[in-house]
Each structure stands twice: as C-alpha cells, then as structure tokens.
Design a protein around this ligand. Structure first.
Ligand SMILES: Nc1ncnc2c1ncn2[C@@H]1O[C@H](COP(=O)(O)OP(=O)(O)OP(=O)(O)O)[C@@H](O)[C@H]1O
Length: 436
C-alpha cells in the first residue's frame, strides 16, 4: 500500500539539489535569473541574485556509497506531503515498512524554516557550484538531518529479540500498542511519554555529566494491568528494538555480560518478573552499571514485577532505578480509553454506573477489556457494557464478602479465600447461600 506520509520518501534521482531564498525576493525575481546573471560573473551574481543553491549528491564521491545526508533529506522530505508533486515515482526501500512514493525528476517541494522559504528539487544533471551562507544553512541542515534521522528510526522495521541461553534470535516486532491505546491515568501517561522523549534526546546532557546514556524503569502492578502492553507502547513511541532477556536461561555473569554487550543502541532491554528470578535485582543492577560504559548509544532497561513488596528495599529506594511506575486497577479514566479502543464510544448512559462500580472494585484493565471485546460480530456495544456492569456488580459482592471474612478471620484467612474466588466461583455462591 502506498502511504501518503511517505509521498516524498524518495527523491529517486541521481542527485538532489536544494534551493532556498527569502520568500519576498522570490516575488520580484524570475526563477531563471540566476542563470542569466551568472553569465556576468560570480561577483555580480552574489551581489544581486538572492537565491543560494546547495547540491547534495546521492553518492559519496570518495567511497561510492550512498550519502547519509542524502538519505536523511529523503526521510525529511517524506513528511512534506502537503505540497504534492504531480509526477511521482514508486520505490521499494530496504528496511522500510511500506512502498514509498517520491517525486519524479525536476519536481519541486517547498519548506519553511524560521520564517525562510526553501525549495527542494530533484535533478539528474549536476548543478553549478554551491555557494554557502552561514546565516541559516547550518541550522537548517542540522534540523533536516535530525528530523530525517528521527523519521528513518520511526519507519525502520523493528525487532523483538529473545535469548535462548547466550544466543539472541529475533522476529519482526509489530505490536500495535501505543500510548494512545494504553488505558491509564492521562496525567501519568503524559509524564511517562515526556520522560521517554527527554531521555531519547539527552545524549549531550549525559555526556556533559559523564554518565552512560541509559535509564532504568521499574513497572509494577498486579497481572493484567498492562505492564507488557506499556513496554510495547514505549518501544513504538521511541522506535526502539526490544530485547526480552530471559534470565532463567542465563547460567552466569559471563553469559549475561555477553548477551548485554550484544544489544544494539536504541533498544529497550526487558527483564520480566524479576521477583521470580534467582538473580537479585540489585546484584544485577550493580553488574549492569559496571558494564554500560562499554556500550555505545542509548539503552532503556525495564524491569517488571507483580510483587513490588518482595523486592529488595535497597533497590526500590530512590535513585537506584530512575523511574518507578505503578500500573494499577482499572479507573474510570482508563475504562474510557478501553471503551474508545474496543467500542468506539465516547459516552453512554451506562458510563456513570460503570464509574461508580469501578470506584468500589479492584478489577484489572485486562478483565475490563475482556468484557468490552464483542464475542460475535453482531454483539452490540450495549450488550458488552451490560456484561461489564454485571461482572463489576459480582466483583463488588465478592469484595464485600472478602471484607466480611477479613473481619472474622483476619487478613491472611481472607486472602487465601480470595485466591479461590477467581477459579471457584461456585464456592462463593455456596457461602452466600449458607449465610442466607
Ligand atoms: N492498561 C492497559 N491498557 C490497554 N490494554 C490493557 C491494559 N492492561 C491490560 N490490557 C489488555 O490485557 C492484556 C494483558 O495485559 P498485559 O499482558 O499487558 O498485562 P501485564 O500487567 O503485563 O500482565 P502480567 O503481569 O501477567 O504479564 C493485553 O494484551 C491488553 O489487551
């Protein structure tokens, strides 16, 4: 499929040239004035002709390989789809997720940067010698390079690595989760997105303070609250690969070191269910800390646990891991995201009832999502919401019974009883009947 956003993804010519000029001059001078004036000498041209033209070759003349600047420009122009060229070329690009369209030779695209209008054109033939200006070209090209490389990163095919012993193998990572579809408190969500973005752009900062460019997150919360979903959303947000490190198949520190040194930059290293591992988390962190200096580039390391209370206190104290994120039971705000995802609903007359019930129950987003997922093609949103209301009412009743048990038999008696309720609902019914 051809993607509109990739319209300018390929300049598709032997050479790309960039022309820019202050917009107001463009109104007073014909485009070919430069050629005319050039006949009368460079000095006169520089004095009268307001355009500056810079050419970027597709191939590096010394090494005969494709220029990185050229491909960053291609990526940058791929977002300038608002100014469509009339003649396009289709290209298949290695490592990119879709076929892209680019402008044909001698087509033009306009851009604006800090109030200056610029024209990009693709040409087959070599253009005349470039003249440079310090005024904006440095900053503009820096901007094009930065944006172009970021776009390339977002578009690249990403990978999910898993280890079997000391060997990484990978599949293409195509998890659809995004922060938009993640059900959680919107303020907390925005804070995490900002934190990730700040980290991904902080190379200079980390360098200036003499620290490795890495950040550690701890995600904790009951099963089904979205820890794995958040990891996928993080990787999609940043355009990073994921390394899912299975610690149980790593025999010793030498193996761990080998695996970690093989991870690439712009990656997210995940260690799930750390509370179930033989390795202590603080031991692992000490080891990793010593290792990072050998790794170039940025890495995020994410630990997950269902039982934060089991983790070493030395680890959970501030400063050991950069960010602790609790994923919790479904709130009404989180429910609204799920209703939007699954039922395309912004409001419904059952929403106030659901809001009240969620306030009185501990239900994880995975269970709410399960009820919102239509069971048949014809199942309506009304039925899904009614099923959810029924399930929440039942959960509320269970909660009341547990509180009662807790009063009678103490906390631990009630907890073991709660464990039974998830699989043996009939026992609750029996208890209820016995009470009546
Ligand atoms: N916060 C959430 N937002 C959106 N979907 C969610 C969320 N939490 C759970 N889900 C849904 O429930 C499914 C299971 O959630 P997920 O695996 O992310 O939970 P988890 O906390 O990682 O669980 P576990 O601790 O058992 O690994 C997901 O595939 C997703 O469909």
């Amino acid at each position: 499929m051809l993607k509109m956003g990739d319209m300018w993804g390929q300049l598709g010519s032997v050479m790309a040239s960039m022309m820019f000029a202050y917009a107001m001059f463009k109104q007073f001078f014909p485009d070919n004035l430069g050629d005319i004036l050039e006949k009368y000498g460079q000095k006169l041209v520089a004095y009268v002709y307001p355009y500056i033209q810079i050419t970027f070759d597709e191939y590096d003349s010394d090494f005969y390989r494709r220029s990185e600047v050229y491909s960053a420009i291609q990526n940058y122009l791929s977002t300038k789809s608002s100014t469509l060229a009339k003649r396009l070329k289709a290209h298949e690009v290695k490592g990119s997720k879709a076929l892209v369209l680019g402008m044909d030779d001698n087509e033009e695209v306009t851009d604006e940067f800090e109030g200056v209008k610029l024209w990009w054109a693709s040409k087959k033939s070599a253009t005349k010698k470039a003249s440079f200006s310090d005024l904006i070209i440095g900053r503009y090209i820096e901007h094009v390079m930065k944006e172009g490389n970021a776009i390339k990163l977002r578009n690249r095919e990403r990978k999910l690595y898993t280890n079997n012993g000391v060997r990484w193998s990978h599949v293409v990572f195509e998890h659809p989760a995004t922060f938009q579809t993640l059900a959680m408190d919107p303020v907390k969500k925005q804070e995490i997105m900002d934190d990730l973005m700040t980290f991904s752009k902080a190379e200079e900062f980390y360098k200036s303070i003499g620290r490795a460019w890495k950040r550690g997150y701890l995600l904790y919360g009951p099963p089904g609250t979205g820890k794995s979903t958040m990891i996928a959303a993080m990787a999609n947000h940043l355009g990073y690969n994921i390394y899912d490190l299975e610690l149980t198949s790593v025999k010793n520190n030498t193996e761990l070191r080998k695996l970690l040194l093989e991870t690439s930059n712009k990656s997210l290293i995940v260690i799930e269910d750390i509370d179930c591992s033989q390795v202590t988390l603080s031991g692992l962190l000490n080891f990793i800390d010593g290792l990072w200096s050998a790794c170039k580039g940025e890495r995020l390391i994410v630990f997950t646990t269902n039982h934060v209370e089991k983790l070493d206190a030395a680890l959970t104290r501030k400063g050991r891991l950069d960010k602790h994120i609790e994923l919790s039971y479904c709130t009404f705000e989180a429910f609204k995201v799920l209703a939007r995802n699954y039922l395309k609903l912004e409001s419904h007359h059952l929403f106030p009832t659901i809001c009240e019930l969620l306030g009185k129950t501990n239900v994880v987003p995975a269970d709410v999502a399960e009820h919102l997922m239509p069971k048949t093609l014809s199942q309506s949103a009304d039925i899904c919401l009614q099923n959810l209301v029924q399930a929440l009412k039942k959960e509320k009743e269970n909660g009341k019974l547990i509180a009662e048990e807790e009063r009678k038999y103490g906390k631990y008696g009630a907890i073991s009883w709660k464990c039974m309720t998830s699989t043996q609902d009939h026992l609750i019914e029996d208890k209820k009947r016995a009470k009546n």
